[in-house]
Write a protein that binds this ligand. Sequence first.
Ligand SMILES: [Zn+2]
Ligand SMILES: [Zn+2]
Length: 149
Amino acid sequence: MITYTCPFCLRSQSGMDLELPEGAETFTATWRECGHRVSVPVAEIIPPPSFPRQQGTAGIARFRCPRDCGWTHDEFTDPGPIPPVRLPARAKGSTLAEVLSSTTEEEISAAIGAAAEERAHAHRARLEQAYAAHYELVHPGIAAPTLAS
Ligand SMILES: [Zn+2]
Ligand SMILES: [Zn+2]
């Protein structure tokens, strides 16, 4: 069962109501049991990139400003090698073969998944920071866009 935790009183409850007044830039969330209510603005969404010069996998992804001011931000589409994985604490041995045989395949798979996720997280943070810096400079007072999750 899904529960909704109210950030004001921390009571978990069975439901939350969302209201979006027509033409408004904010929506209202009301937690059903405690009645706490908050009006929340929504950040713009970082638009999907274009790929201006794609050669195999070594291209760039070009992100543009959703306010169409002409600003763009480039990221490499090939994020490079996966960062080193963190093996479970009980992994041991003096050669890689020994280390790998002291762990299970599930653990290795989970460690690779975690490293990939960390990299995706770093990419997301870098992108959102670039937009935040641009907005501060060129669109002050407007919430910087975030990636849709
Ligand atoms: Zn509450
Ligand atoms: Zn802009």
